[in-house]
Write a protein that binds this ligand. Sequence first.
Ligand code: KIV
Ligand code: NA
Length: 268
Amino acid sequence: AVRRLAAPDITGRKGGTPIVCLTAYTAPVAEMLDDACDLLLVGDSVGMVVHGLPNTVGVTLEMMILHGQAVMRGSKKAMVVVDMPFGSYEGAPEEAYANAARIMKETGAQAVKVESGPTVAETVAYMVKRGIPVMGHVGLRPQAVLVDGAFKAKGKARDERERILEEARMTADAGAFAIVVEGVAEGLAREITEQVSVPTIGIGASAGCDGQILVTDDMLGLFDWTPKFVRRYADLRGEITRAAQGYAEDVRARRFPGPAEIYFAKAG
Ligand code: KIV
Ligand code: NA
């Protein structure tokens, strides 16, 4: 059996060859990404890109567990990290621990991820001490969109840059094995990467990080939303639209199904 990468493998790659991460939500896509990636994140972005929610606030623990199970079934080698959804970890550390333990037990994933607000360091330490590897997430925090008003790049003002740097330091000191850095200018991404001892995984945060992550549906051109930081490696929206139109034309013209696609009764 192939040994899956785990938290110490990722932490050990600080400053080395960039760590390759993508999101995954389903078994077949996880299977296709497993070979190329070091880490698959079952992101709560699933709420937006798969379930059509306007943001990630409505994502539930049950959704994360179902998608986490699917991604574990589809992958063999990559480390699998499951996002803790909004409302499942910001309160008492005991409650966060219970929810994280449930995710770990029911999915078999190697770690959970939390968005590192100012109060989360205590919870990260509480969980890590009790055996749950935790990934942090600083900068643009999508779960705070209703406070921020929109998805906006962070760290333009100096006091905000200092706060983000401090959150990253506190998250690493609390024992996080890696930290996602989202939507910040290159200078801040480099400063965080220099000042924290664990790998930074950038999204919209320049090549100055120790690794990169993208939402798979964005980079495949499947989700109709292209922020500046996304590079499109495929146009699956175009492919699927053309396939559906081709099928529709064939059905309407009775070209599908053809002789090769039907069953014949046995002679006699
Ligand atoms: O939910 C998600 O997909 C994420 C990544 C963008 C880091 O948190
Ligand atoms: Na997320």
